[in-house]
Ligand binder design. Sequence first.
Ligand code: RIB
Ligand code: CA
Length: 316
Amino acid sequence: MESKRKILMDCDPGVDDAVALCLAAAHPEAFAFLGITTVAGNQTIEKVTENALRLSGFLGLNVPVAMGARTPLLRAPLTASEVHGKNGLGNVELPASAQTAREHAVLFLRDALCGLPAGEQATLVPTGPLTNIALMLRVFPEVRERIAQIVLMGGAACGGNITATAEFNIYEDPEAAAIVFDSGLPVVMCGLDATAKCGLDRAAADALAGGTGKVSRAVGGMLQFYLNAGAYRGRPMASIHDASTFMYLLHPEIYSGCRTTVRVDCSEGFNRGMTVCDLRGREPAAEPSVTVLLDADGAKFQEYLLDAVRTLDERL
Ligand code: RIB
Ligand code: CA
Protein backbone atom coordinates (compact mmCIF):
# COMPACT_ATOMS: atom_id res chain seq x y z
CA MET A 1 0.00 0.00 0.00
CA GLU A 2 1.49 3.33 -1.03
CA SER A 3 1.97 5.71 1.91
CA LYS A 4 -0.38 8.66 2.19
CA ARG A 5 0.52 11.87 0.41
CA LYS A 6 0.96 14.79 2.81
CA ILE A 7 -1.24 17.57 1.41
CA LEU A 8 -1.27 21.36 1.72
CA MET A 9 -4.22 22.81 -0.20
CA ASP A 10 -4.24 26.51 -1.09
CA CYS A 11 -7.69 27.51 -2.26
CA ASP A 12 -10.39 30.15 -2.79
CA PRO A 13 -13.63 28.26 -2.00
CA GLY A 14 -15.48 28.52 -4.33
CA VAL A 15 -17.92 25.81 -5.37
CA ASP A 16 -15.40 23.70 -7.23
CA ASP A 17 -12.78 24.15 -4.49
CA ALA A 18 -15.42 22.81 -2.09
CA VAL A 19 -16.15 19.77 -4.26
CA ALA A 20 -12.41 19.15 -4.61
CA LEU A 21 -12.18 19.09 -0.80
CA CYS A 22 -15.08 16.61 -0.70
CA LEU A 23 -13.22 14.31 -3.06
CA ALA A 24 -10.04 14.51 -0.98
CA ALA A 25 -11.89 14.08 2.33
CA ALA A 26 -13.43 10.85 1.02
CA HIS A 27 -9.96 9.37 0.63
CA PRO A 28 -8.12 9.49 3.97
CA GLU A 29 -6.27 6.36 2.83
CA ALA A 30 -4.59 8.48 0.14
CA PHE A 31 -4.27 11.96 1.66
CA ALA A 32 -3.01 13.26 5.00
CA PHE A 33 -3.97 16.96 5.17
CA LEU A 34 -1.40 19.13 6.94
CA GLY A 35 -3.62 22.17 6.49
CA ILE A 36 -5.68 24.40 4.23
CA THR A 37 -4.62 27.92 3.27
CA THR A 38 -6.76 30.52 1.57
CA VAL A 39 -6.23 33.15 -1.08
CA ALA A 40 -8.58 35.83 -2.39
CA GLY A 41 -10.07 34.81 -5.73
CA ASN A 42 -13.64 33.62 -6.19
CA GLN A 43 -14.59 35.76 -3.22
CA THR A 44 -12.88 38.09 -0.74
CA ILE A 45 -10.26 36.65 1.59
CA GLU A 46 -12.69 36.89 4.51
CA LYS A 47 -15.37 34.90 2.69
CA VAL A 48 -13.12 32.20 1.24
CA THR A 49 -11.46 31.76 4.65
CA GLU A 50 -14.82 31.42 6.39
CA ASN A 51 -15.78 28.87 3.74
CA ALA A 52 -12.56 26.90 4.25
CA LEU A 53 -13.16 26.82 8.02
CA ARG A 54 -16.73 25.61 7.54
CA LEU A 55 -15.71 22.99 4.94
CA SER A 56 -12.92 21.65 7.16
CA GLY A 57 -15.46 20.98 9.92
CA PHE A 58 -18.36 19.89 7.69
CA LEU A 59 -16.23 17.29 5.89
CA GLY A 60 -14.62 15.99 9.06
CA LEU A 61 -11.13 17.13 8.05
CA ASN A 62 -10.76 19.41 11.09
CA VAL A 63 -7.32 20.61 10.01
CA PRO A 64 -5.73 24.04 10.55
CA VAL A 65 -6.86 26.81 8.21
CA ALA A 66 -4.62 29.81 7.57
CA MET A 67 -5.70 33.03 5.88
CA GLY A 68 -3.52 34.25 3.02
CA ALA A 69 -3.20 36.98 0.45
CA ARG A 70 -5.96 39.58 0.28
CA THR A 71 -4.89 40.76 -3.18
CA PRO A 72 -2.73 39.54 -6.05
CA LEU A 73 0.95 40.56 -6.06
CA LEU A 74 0.41 43.53 -8.37
CA ARG A 75 -3.08 43.46 -9.87
CA ALA A 76 -6.41 44.61 -8.47
CA PRO A 77 -8.44 41.67 -7.08
CA LEU A 78 -11.42 40.31 -9.03
CA THR A 79 -14.15 38.12 -7.53
CA ALA A 80 -16.59 35.75 -9.24
CA SER A 81 -19.88 36.23 -7.38
CA GLU A 82 -21.83 35.58 -10.55
CA VAL A 83 -20.38 32.07 -10.69
CA HIS A 84 -19.94 31.12 -7.03
CA GLY A 85 -22.59 33.26 -5.35
CA LYS A 86 -22.35 36.05 -2.79
CA ASN A 87 -21.04 33.68 -0.09
CA GLY A 88 -18.77 31.81 -2.48
CA LEU A 89 -20.48 28.42 -2.02
CA GLY A 90 -23.45 28.86 -4.33
CA ASN A 91 -25.22 30.50 -1.36
CA VAL A 92 -25.36 27.13 0.41
CA GLU A 93 -24.99 27.77 4.15
CA LEU A 94 -22.75 25.24 5.90
CA PRO A 95 -22.70 24.99 9.71
CA ALA A 96 -20.50 27.60 11.35
CA SER A 97 -17.05 26.42 12.40
CA ALA A 98 -15.70 26.41 15.94
CA GLN A 99 -12.20 26.99 14.54
CA THR A 100 -10.61 30.35 13.83
CA ALA A 101 -8.14 30.94 11.03
CA ARG A 102 -4.45 31.40 11.69
CA GLU A 103 -2.35 34.01 9.90
CA HIS A 104 -0.48 34.23 7.64
CA ALA A 105 -0.83 31.44 5.10
CA VAL A 106 2.70 31.97 3.77
CA LEU A 107 4.18 31.47 7.24
CA PHE A 108 1.90 28.50 7.86
CA LEU A 109 3.00 26.85 4.60
CA ARG A 110 6.67 27.45 5.38
CA ASP A 111 6.33 26.07 8.91
CA ALA A 112 4.37 23.02 7.72
CA LEU A 113 6.92 22.20 5.02
CA CYS A 114 10.06 22.93 7.03
CA GLY A 115 8.56 21.15 10.02
CA LEU A 116 8.34 17.82 8.19
CA PRO A 117 10.66 15.07 9.41
CA ALA A 118 13.99 14.99 7.56
CA GLY A 119 13.64 13.47 4.11
CA GLU A 120 9.85 13.85 3.97
CA GLN A 121 7.99 16.03 1.47
CA ALA A 122 4.46 17.31 0.92
CA THR A 123 2.32 17.89 -2.17
CA LEU A 124 0.95 21.39 -2.71
CA VAL A 125 -2.54 21.53 -4.25
CA PRO A 126 -3.29 25.13 -5.24
CA THR A 127 -6.79 25.69 -6.66
CA GLY A 128 -6.92 29.48 -6.67
CA PRO A 129 -4.63 32.31 -7.71
CA LEU A 130 -0.99 31.43 -6.94
CA THR A 131 -0.19 34.47 -4.79
CA ASN A 132 0.58 32.59 -1.55
CA ILE A 133 2.69 29.95 -3.28
CA ALA A 134 4.72 32.55 -5.17
CA LEU A 135 5.33 34.62 -2.02
CA MET A 136 6.44 31.52 -0.12
CA LEU A 137 8.88 30.46 -2.88
CA ARG A 138 10.39 33.94 -3.02
CA VAL A 139 10.60 34.63 0.73
CA PHE A 140 11.49 31.11 1.91
CA PRO A 141 13.32 29.34 -0.96
CA GLU A 142 14.45 26.66 1.50
CA VAL A 143 10.98 25.10 1.21
CA ARG A 144 11.79 23.88 -2.30
CA GLU A 145 13.41 20.66 -1.12
CA ARG A 146 10.29 19.83 0.97
CA ILE A 147 7.91 20.05 -1.99
CA ALA A 148 7.26 16.73 -3.74
CA GLN A 149 4.96 18.17 -6.41
CA ILE A 150 2.66 21.10 -7.11
CA VAL A 151 -0.64 19.88 -8.59
CA LEU A 152 -2.52 23.04 -9.48
CA MET A 153 -5.74 23.97 -11.23
CA GLY A 154 -5.06 26.78 -13.63
CA GLY A 155 -4.25 27.81 -17.16
CA ALA A 156 -5.03 26.23 -20.51
CA ALA A 157 -2.97 25.12 -23.50
CA CYS A 158 -5.79 26.40 -25.67
CA GLY A 159 -8.52 28.92 -24.80
CA GLY A 160 -9.68 30.46 -21.56
CA ASN A 161 -12.69 31.26 -19.40
CA ILE A 162 -12.21 34.73 -17.88
CA THR A 163 -11.02 35.87 -21.34
CA ALA A 164 -10.66 34.09 -24.66
CA THR A 165 -7.04 33.21 -23.85
CA ALA A 166 -6.74 33.13 -20.04
CA GLU A 167 -8.08 31.03 -17.17
CA PHE A 168 -9.28 32.83 -14.01
CA ASN A 169 -6.63 31.68 -11.48
CA ILE A 170 -3.76 32.68 -13.74
CA TYR A 171 -5.43 35.87 -15.00
CA GLU A 172 -6.03 37.03 -11.41
CA ASP A 173 -2.31 36.89 -10.57
CA PRO A 174 -0.15 36.26 -13.66
CA GLU A 175 3.07 37.36 -11.94
CA ALA A 176 2.54 34.81 -9.18
CA ALA A 177 1.82 32.11 -11.75
CA ALA A 178 5.02 32.98 -13.64
CA ILE A 179 7.03 32.55 -10.43
CA VAL A 180 5.53 29.10 -9.88
CA PHE A 181 5.82 27.86 -13.48
CA ASP A 182 9.38 29.22 -13.79
CA SER A 183 10.45 27.72 -10.44
CA GLY A 184 11.71 24.46 -11.94
CA LEU A 185 9.67 22.55 -9.34
CA PRO A 186 7.63 19.55 -10.58
CA VAL A 187 4.28 21.09 -11.50
CA VAL A 188 1.19 19.36 -12.85
CA MET A 189 -1.00 21.94 -14.60
CA CYS A 190 -4.64 20.82 -14.46
CA GLY A 191 -5.78 23.29 -17.07
CA LEU A 192 -9.08 23.88 -18.80
CA ASP A 193 -8.20 21.48 -21.66
CA ALA A 194 -8.80 18.63 -19.20
CA THR A 195 -10.83 20.18 -16.36
CA ALA A 196 -13.59 21.53 -18.61
CA LYS A 197 -14.47 17.89 -19.43
CA CYS A 198 -14.73 16.97 -15.75
CA GLY A 199 -17.96 17.81 -13.98
CA LEU A 200 -21.55 16.79 -13.31
CA ASP A 201 -24.60 17.31 -15.45
CA ARG A 202 -27.86 18.85 -14.26
CA ALA A 203 -29.52 15.49 -13.64
CA ALA A 204 -26.66 14.42 -11.36
CA ALA A 205 -26.70 17.76 -9.56
CA ASP A 206 -30.47 17.57 -9.02
CA ALA A 207 -30.19 13.97 -7.77
CA LEU A 208 -27.54 14.99 -5.26
CA ALA A 209 -29.54 18.03 -4.11
CA GLY A 210 -32.56 15.76 -3.50
CA GLY A 211 -30.47 13.17 -1.70
CA THR A 212 -30.74 12.14 1.94
CA GLY A 213 -27.07 12.63 2.85
CA LYS A 214 -25.83 15.99 4.12
CA VAL A 215 -22.84 16.06 1.75
CA SER A 216 -24.98 15.13 -1.28
CA ARG A 217 -27.44 17.89 -0.45
CA ALA A 218 -24.68 20.48 0.05
CA VAL A 219 -22.78 19.55 -3.12
CA GLY A 220 -26.01 19.31 -5.13
CA GLY A 221 -27.16 22.71 -3.92
CA MET A 222 -23.82 24.32 -4.79
CA LEU A 223 -23.85 22.75 -8.25
CA GLN A 224 -27.45 23.81 -8.91
CA PHE A 225 -26.39 27.41 -8.28
CA TYR A 226 -23.30 26.83 -10.43
CA LEU A 227 -25.48 25.51 -13.28
CA ASN A 228 -27.91 28.42 -13.02
CA ALA A 229 -25.12 31.03 -12.78
CA GLY A 230 -23.85 33.09 -15.71
CA ALA A 231 -20.97 30.81 -16.61
CA TYR A 232 -22.99 27.61 -16.94
CA ARG A 233 -26.55 28.78 -17.46
CA GLY A 234 -28.05 26.71 -20.30
CA ARG A 235 -25.06 24.39 -20.55
CA PRO A 236 -25.51 20.63 -20.03
CA MET A 237 -22.71 20.23 -17.49
CA ALA A 238 -20.95 22.22 -14.79
CA SER A 239 -17.18 21.78 -14.96
CA ILE A 240 -15.80 21.16 -11.48
CA HIS A 241 -12.35 22.39 -12.39
CA ASP A 242 -10.58 22.18 -9.02
CA ALA A 243 -11.60 18.58 -8.35
CA SER A 244 -9.29 17.44 -11.15
CA THR A 245 -6.29 18.11 -8.90
CA PHE A 246 -7.15 15.43 -6.36
CA MET A 247 -8.73 13.25 -9.06
CA TYR A 248 -5.39 13.27 -10.90
CA LEU A 249 -3.60 12.24 -7.73
CA LEU A 250 -6.12 9.43 -7.17
CA HIS A 251 -6.65 8.31 -10.79
CA PRO A 252 -3.90 9.65 -13.09
CA GLU A 253 -4.95 7.07 -15.67
CA ILE A 254 -8.09 9.06 -16.59
CA TYR A 255 -5.96 12.00 -17.72
CA SER A 256 -3.44 12.45 -20.51
CA GLY A 257 -0.96 15.23 -21.18
CA CYS A 258 2.68 16.01 -21.85
CA ARG A 259 5.79 17.52 -20.29
CA THR A 260 6.44 20.97 -21.69
CA THR A 261 7.46 24.49 -20.86
CA VAL A 262 4.77 26.93 -19.78
CA ARG A 263 5.30 30.67 -19.98
CA VAL A 264 2.79 33.14 -18.54
CA ASP A 265 1.83 36.34 -20.36
CA CYS A 266 2.18 39.09 -17.73
CA SER A 267 1.35 41.90 -20.11
CA GLU A 268 -1.61 44.26 -19.91
CA GLY A 269 -2.70 43.21 -23.38
CA PHE A 270 -5.41 40.92 -24.76
CA ASN A 271 -3.50 37.85 -23.63
CA ARG A 272 -2.91 38.81 -19.98
CA GLY A 273 -2.68 35.56 -18.00
CA MET A 274 -2.32 33.30 -21.03
CA THR A 275 -0.33 30.13 -20.29
CA VAL A 276 1.76 29.60 -23.42
CA CYS A 277 2.40 25.85 -23.62
CA ASP A 278 4.98 24.75 -26.20
CA LEU A 279 3.31 21.76 -27.88
CA ARG A 280 5.47 21.82 -31.00
CA GLY A 281 7.05 18.56 -29.95
CA ARG A 282 10.58 19.89 -30.47
CA GLU A 283 13.50 18.45 -28.50
CA PRO A 284 13.62 20.74 -25.43
CA ALA A 285 16.91 22.32 -24.39
CA ALA A 286 16.31 21.01 -20.85
CA GLU A 287 13.81 18.55 -19.39
CA PRO A 288 10.63 20.62 -18.78
CA SER A 289 9.37 20.56 -15.19
CA VAL A 290 5.69 21.05 -16.01
CA THR A 291 3.22 18.33 -16.99
CA VAL A 292 0.23 19.86 -18.78
CA LEU A 293 -2.98 17.81 -18.74
CA LEU A 294 -4.62 17.96 -22.16
CA ASP A 295 -7.49 15.46 -21.94
CA ALA A 296 -9.65 13.61 -19.42
CA ASP A 297 -12.24 10.83 -19.25
CA GLY A 298 -15.27 12.79 -18.03
CA ALA A 299 -17.39 9.69 -17.49
CA LYS A 300 -14.82 8.15 -15.15
CA PHE A 301 -14.45 11.48 -13.36
CA GLN A 302 -18.21 11.60 -12.70
CA GLU A 303 -18.24 7.97 -11.51
CA TYR A 304 -15.38 8.46 -9.04
CA LEU A 305 -16.71 11.79 -7.79
CA LEU A 306 -20.20 10.42 -7.09
CA ASP A 307 -18.61 7.45 -5.29
CA ALA A 308 -16.72 9.92 -3.09
CA VAL A 309 -19.87 11.88 -2.20
CA ARG A 310 -21.70 8.65 -1.34
CA THR A 311 -18.77 7.59 0.86
CA LEU A 312 -18.95 10.86 2.79
CA ASP A 313 -22.73 10.61 3.17
CA GLU A 314 -22.29 7.20 4.79
CA ARG A 315 -19.36 8.25 6.97
CA LEU A 316 -20.41 11.67 8.27
O1 RIB B 1 -11.06 28.84 -13.82
C1 RIB B 1 -11.51 28.01 -12.79
C2 RIB B 1 -10.83 28.34 -11.50
O2 RIB B 1 -11.15 29.66 -11.11
C3 RIB B 1 -11.30 27.46 -10.34
O3 RIB B 1 -10.25 27.33 -9.41
C4 RIB B 1 -12.42 28.25 -9.74
O4 RIB B 1 -12.60 27.94 -8.35
C5 RIB B 1 -11.89 29.64 -9.89
O5 RIB B 1 -11.02 29.89 -8.81
CA1 CA C 1 -10.67 27.75 -7.09
